[in-house]
Design a protein. Structure first.
Length: 280
C-alpha cells in the first residue's frame, strides 16, 4: 500500500503530465520560436510547422511516460522517431541540419519543463526524476531519428543508383540487327549485376543479332569486374548474339590481362564506327 507521501508525489507528477498534454501545442510553439531566434538562416515554413507538431507530440509522449518505465516509454517513442526521421529526411538535405540544433533545443526543453515542475510545487527529487526522463527520451529520440534518417537516405540513394544504372547502360539500336551498349562512368559490381539481371535479358527482345559493347566512356574498372564483364560476352554468345568490343583503352587492357582473360577469342575494334563497318 502506497504511503500518503507517495500518493501525493504521484499526483503532483500526474498534474505536470496533464499540464504538458493540455498545453503541448503552445509550449511547442514557444520552443520552436525560441530556436528560430538563434538561427541565422531562414527555415521553410513547412519545416517550422513540422517541428511544432513533432515537439507537441513529443511532449504528449513524455507526459504519458511518467507512469511507465524507461524501457516501456522508449518503445512508443522509437516508432514515433522513425516516422519523424523519415519526414525530416524528406525535407532536409543534410544530417547536420537535424543534429546541430539538438543541444540548444534540449537545454531549452529542460529549462521550460523544470519551470513547469517547479510551478506545480514538485520536490527537487521529482524535478530531477522528470528531467532525467526528458534527457533519456530525447536521447532515444535522437538516436532513432538518425537511424530513420539514414535508412531513408540509403533507400533514396539506392533508387537513384538504380536510375543511374538504367540511364548509363541503354541498348541503342542503330541498324537492323545491330545495337550498341555504351558503358559510361565507373563499372563496379552492382552495375555488373544490373547488366546481368536487367539489361541482358531484354536484348533478344529487340531483334539484335550483333551487339557492340563500347567501353570508351568507362572511367575505371578492376580485374574482378573485368572478369564479370567478359562473362557477359559468354552469356550473350549462348543467346546467339554476336558480341563486339570497342573503345578498350590501355587501363582496361591491363585489367583484362590481370584477370587472366584470353583476349584473342573476342572481336575488338578501336571505335563503334569500325565495328559497324566490319558487319557491313
Amino acid at each position: 500500500m502506497k504511503t500518503y507521501k507517495e500518493v501525493r508525489r504521484m499526483d503532483s507528477i500526474k498534474q505536470v503530465g496533464q499540464y504538458l498534454i493540455e498545453n503541448s501545442d503552445s509550449i511547442s510553439l514557444e520552443m520552436v520560436n525560441l530556436s528560430l531566434e538563434k538561427l541565422e538562416i531562414e527555415i521553410p515554413e513547412e519545416i517550422i510547422q513540422q517541428s511544432v507538431k513533432a515537439n507537441a507530440e513529443f511532449l504528449v509522449l513524455l507526459a504519458d511516460s511518467f507512469k511507465e518505465s524507461n524501457e516501456n516509454a522508449a518503445e512508443e517513442l522509437i516508432e514515433w522517431s522513425k516516422k519523424y526521421g523519415e519526414q525530416q529526411a524528406s525535407m532536409l538535405s543534410q544530417l547536420s541540419a537535424l543534429i546541430k540544433p539538438y543541444a540548444e533545443n534540449r537545454l531549452a526543453f529542460m529549462k521550460r519543463i523544470t519551470q513547469i515542475s517547479m510551478d506545480h510545487k514538485l520536490t527537487t527529487e521529482d524535478v530531477v526524476a522528470i528531467n532525467n526522463r526528458v534527457s533519456y527520451l530525447m536521447d532515444v529520440s535522437m538516436i532513432e531519428t538518425i537511424f530513420a534518417y539514414e535508412a531513408y537516405r540509403d533507400g533514396l540513394m539506392r533508387e537513384r543508383q538504380k536510375e543511374i544504372n538504367e540511364l548509363s547502360a541503354p541498348i541503342v539500336p542503330i541498324q537492323k540487327g545491330i545495337a550498341v551498349l555504351p558503358l559510361i562512368g565507373v563499372i563496379d559490381y552492382p552495375r555488373v549485376q544490373h547488366l546481368l539481371n536487367n539489361v541482358l535479358p531484354g536484348i533478344p527482345m529487340v531483334d539484335t543479332e550483333h551487339l557492340i559493347i563500347d567501353f570508351s566512356g568507362i572511367l575505371t574498372i578492376d580485374a574482378e569486374v573485368a572478369q564479370h564483364i567478359f562473362t557477359i560476352h559468354n552469356v550473350l554468345e549462348l543467346l546467339g548474339i554476336h558480341v563486339l568490343f570497342t573503345g578498350i583503352r590501355p587501363n582496361l587492357s591491363m585489367a583484362v590481362v590481370q584477370a587472366g582473360i584470353d583476349f584473342t577469342a573476342f572481336h575488338t575494334f578501336g571505335s563503334v564506327k569500325q565495328a559497324i563497318e566490319s558487319l557491313n
